[in-house]
Write a protein of this length. Structure first.
Ligand SMILES: NC(=O)c1ccc[n+]([C@@H]2O[C@H](COP(=O)([O-])OP(=O)(O)OC[C@H]3O[C@@H](n4cnc5c(N)ncnc54)[C@H](OP(=O)(O)O)[C@@H]3O)[C@@H](O)[C@H]2O)c1
Length: 261
């Protein structure tokens, strides 16, 4: 049995689309009929992503648009500009996904302050700035749906993970507050919290070292793929999730259960 989504004529923004989970969500959205604005820093990878636009079998095929933006330095004007460029071509957006994030260890007694801030700002403040700009009436159609990336680390932390864990916990907390605010335009917002997913993030040497055999074995269904997480993201963006807002969803291959059995 396979589930397909129909996003024909819809428009979505994916921040952190050049790699991993964001890339997969962008491709699946566009193959389900949506126009996608893919945002990231790496132009080469964004150009490669564009090649995944569906073939021109129909007169006006959905398209993947790309914009280069660093979420750590983007001003409200920068966000407005990239959203303007997209919406002036395709119309207002029906939602967005924020997956930009970096991983890193920051031990309490000797943490690198710049790295700790970068970790926190990429996952948290970048998401806040995106949601603030994207939910404006000028850019979002009423009833738009937004998904932010948390992590199981937002609830179950570990040694030297305070910056990453705090950022991911903050995402979950902010989603509850945002949900209550953006409902005035009938918008929804939720977060997704994966366990280990095979993406570029896992290539990070420290991440690979932390992903020990023991940690991997706690994943009852094995380590995940970007596709495993994109399914939940597309569901939350779709109208089948129309009665869901302000929630966090674990997509963890059974990790949280496997850790306690
Ligand atoms: N993989 C896992 O095991 C896992 C587990 C739990 C949660 N997560 C979360 O899921 C999200 C996606 O992770 P992933 O595994 O797909 O990682 P990934 O493959 O490393 O992708 C991260 C994305 O974030 C973008 N990004 C990073 N810093 C940015 C910046 N300053 N400005 C703009 N874009 C930036 C990167 O784009 P550029 O390099 O082009 O800028 C890239 O597209 C992250 O928030 C991560 O914390 C991942």
């Amino acid at each position: 049995m396979s589930v397909t989504f129909d996003f024909k004529g819809k428009n979505f923004v994916v921040v952190g689309a050049s790699s991993g989970i964001g890339r997969q969500a962008a491709i699946e959205l566009s193959h389900s009929g949506a126009n996608v604005l893919a945002i990231g820093r790496n132009l080469e990878r964004l150009a490669e992503l564009k090649k995944n636009s569906p073939l021109s079998l129909v007169k006006h095929p959905p398209r993947i648009f790309t914009e280069q933006l660093d979420v750590l330095t983007a001003t409200p004007e920068d966000w407005a500009e990239v959203l303007d460029n997209f919406t002036s071509v395709v119309g207002r957006i029906n939602g967005g996904v924020y997956t930009a994030g970096i991983w890193g260890l920051t031990p309490l007694n000797s943490f690198d302050e710049a790295l700790a801030h970068k970790i926190f700002d990429t996952s948290f403040w970048g998401a806040v700035n995106f949601v603030q700009s994207a939910t404006r009436k000028k850019f979002s159609d009423g009833g738009a749906s937004f998904v932010l990336m948390s992590s199981i680390a937002g609830e179950f932390s570990g040694k030297s993970l305070f910056a990453y864990s705090a950022a991911k916990a903050a995402v979950q907390a902010a989603v509850k507050s945002f949900a209550a605010e953006i409902i005035r335009n009938k918008h929804r917002i939720n977060s997704v919290a994966p366990a280990l997913v095979k993406t570029e993030m896992m290539q990070n040497e420290m991440y690979a070292a932390a992903a020990s055999e023991e940690i991997i074995s706690r994943h009852l269904l094995g380590v995940g793929t970007a596709r495993d997480v994109a399914g939940m993201i597309l569901f939350l963006l779709s109208d089948r999730a129309a009665w869901i807002t302000g929630q966090n969803f674990f997509v963890d291959g059974g990790y949280t259960v496997g850790s306690y059995t």
